[in-house]
Design a binder for this molecule. Structure first.
Ligand SMILES: Cc1cc2nc3c(=O)[nH]c(=O)nc-3n(C[C@H](O)[C@H](O)[C@H](O)COP(=O)(O)OP(=O)(O)OC[C@H]3O[C@@H](n4cnc5c(N)ncnc54)[C@H](O)[C@@H]3O)c2cc1C
Length: 510
């Protein structure tokens, strides 16, 4: 797509007209924008819509999600009510330039929202009704025309059950709002010029060195949002670039680790691969229970997975300095395979059930046959073998089937990143870095990881919307300041020209 290096390239220019979404055929070597959003995932797209709509409306507020136009529609799940037809950015102009403000999303992949499209098994569990700020997020999507439904555990999905509809709604609105998008463009590094060192906020504060296909592109921006995600699922473009860049700008980042992922077990469970069982799961660290969760456990050739297992994985950490080889040995998982039997005598009750089965079948030892209709055959065989044929031991195993943690499945299989930019670094309402004015961070790049159920996307939307609104507010303020300066200067010019008239008049009089 990119032009040859030999061809003379434009400099310091706007993107060509074909650049509203995608990679334009002719990318200038230098692009100057007001707001640059690095990363076109969930947080970046939400930020772009929020910023462009606030600028379109051209009014200044408090920069908070609560006070936004989105917040007015509080209906749950409906795409009704608050939607307004979109125009291009015409509510305000670039400070001092008379041109409409320019917002640019820079995305490394060939399309926006690649990961978003894969979320929730392609259904996109976009938020959870129990999450703080969920109403605002639902209103935001209602405003975009996304109709939703609420399922078990408060999980919110698009009514169609198709994640592509969520991505499509965001991309359509981004195009309508004239936000520019550069895909296939990787941000390689960023430089910051401190406004306190003599540069005003309206001047360029950030310079991003990017590669678009094979071309080098420099992007200059007054404000920058880092929305480049974490390190989980790098096949969707996320390799930890955002945290590296934040660190290079002086922000503190906590250690990154894969979370919401499968667990590799010391025990060989390959013979059970494919078995799914409803269980209460408990995670122990040094014999102390640190988490428990009910749900469906799936056995695989490497260990176990399933939503409840992924949630437990977020609680498993390598101690400082520990190696992956033996760093997890103090973690143990127990599966209660008969969760309906509760109470102190539960293992004994389970043993009673097994003895009854043995009597009805006329067998003297626990075999997989004796566990028939209680467990699926491969699991029954494993329990029978581990019990040594003893019904009491088999009862204990049914209630506390032990598995030891060997490792967590790696980044490729993780849904989210544990660790990231420390939240203390940010103003939580604006998502602006306290130490780097004009720099904003949103989404998974932050030190936040929630459980399965819509919490991670909720975090991406809320922080993205807050950052987008705050950047627009800043631009509106800058514009107001620039207009005042122009008015003052033209007043001074008029006054000066008046003085000149008097002088010349004086000359005439003379
Ligand atoms: C398979 C899977 C299923 C999931 N399902 C759910 C779910 O149903 N519900 C839920 O709440 N959460 C889910 N998650 C987690 C959720 O998708 C993420 O937490 C969320 O997408 C984070 O949003 P983000 O915008 O911060 O990052 P991302 O959505 O990851 O977007 C970051 C973007 O930045 C781009 N980028 C990175 N580096 C650069 C660079 N150097 N230059 C330019 N661009 C760059 C990436 O290509 C990417 O497009 C799932 C995750 C996975 C992997």
């Amino acid at each position: 797509m990119g032009m040859s290096r030999k061809k003379k390239r434009k400099t310091d220019s706007a993107l060509p007209a074909d650049s509203s979404i995608g990679t334009p055929a002719d990318v200038p070597a230098k692009i100057r924008v007001d707001i640059c959003i690095a990363g076109g995932g969930a947080a970046g797209m939400a930020a772009a819509v929020a910023a462009a709509e606030r600028l379109r409306d051209g009014r200044s507020g408090n920069g908070r999600l609560e006070g936004s136009g989105f917040g007015r529609d509080r209906s749950v799940g409906a795409g009704s009510g608050n939607s307004k037809p979109c125009r291009g950015n015409n509510g305000t102009s670039r400070p001092g330039s008379g041109q409409p403000p320019r917002i640019l999303i820079v995305e490394k992949m060939d399309r926006l929202g690649r990961k978003l499209k894969a979320t929730g098994n392609g259904r996109c569990n976009l938020t959870n009704i129990n999450a703080e700020g969920c109403r605002e997020v639902q209103a935001f999507f209602g405003h975009l025309g996304v109709v939703t439904r609420v399922e078990d555990g408060g999980r919110v999905y698009p009514y169609s059950g198709d994640a592509a509809d969520v991505v499509g709604a965001l991309i359509d609105r981004i195009a309508l709002l004239d936000v520019q998008v550069l895909t296939n463009t990787e941000v390689r590094n960023v430089q910051y010029t401190d406004p306190a060192a003599g540069h005003s906020r309206a001047k360029v504060n950030f310079q991003l060195r990017c590669v678009c296909g094979t071309q080098d592109v420099t992007i200059e921006a007054d404000q920058l949002l880092i929305a480049m995600g974490g390190k989980a699922a790098p096949q969707f473009g996320t390799c930890g670039d955002g945290t590296k860049m934040a660190r290079s700008l002086g922000l503190e980042v906590t250690r990154l680790a894969p979370a919401l992922t499968g667990i590799e077990t010391v025990e060989d469970v390959e013979s059970m691969a494919g078995v799914r069982v409803w269980a209460n799961t408990a995670l122990y660290y040094n014999k102390k229970k640190i988490a428990e969760e009910a749900g469906e456990v799936q056995f695989n050739d490497y260990g176990i997975s399933g939503i409840c297992v992924m949630n437990l994985s977020s609680r498993i950490e390598l101690a400082d300095g520990a190696s992956v080889q033996d760093g997890f040995r103090d973690y143990r998982i127990e599966l209660d395979l008969l969760p309906e039997l509760e109470g102190a005598a539960d293992a004994a009750e389970a043993a009673g059930l097994i003895r009854h089965q043995m009597e009805t079948q006329g067998v003297r030892e626990v075999t997989s046959q004796a566990l028939r209709s209680i467990l699926r055959k491969p699991l029954a065989e494993a329990v029978a073998e581990a019990s040594g044929g003893d019904p009491e031991q088999a009862g204990r195993l049914l209630k506390r089937y032990p598995l030891h943690v060997k490792n967590l499945r790696g980044w490729k299989y993780a849904q989210v990143t544990k660790g990231g930019v420390k939240l203390e670094e940010l103003d939580p309402q604006r998502m602006e870095a306290k130490r780097v004015p004009g720099l904003y961070l949103a989404g998974e790049v932050l030190d936040y990881d929630g459980p399965c159920g819509g919490w991670n996307l909720q975090n991406a939307w809320v922080t993205g919307i807050r950052a987008g609104q705050a950047m627009a507010e800043r631009l509106i303020e800058d514009q107001a300041m620039a207009s005042q300066t122009i008015a003052r200067n033209s007043g001074e010019t008029e006054a000066n020209s008046g003085r000149a008239e008097v002088i010349s008049g004086g000359t005439e009089i003379r």
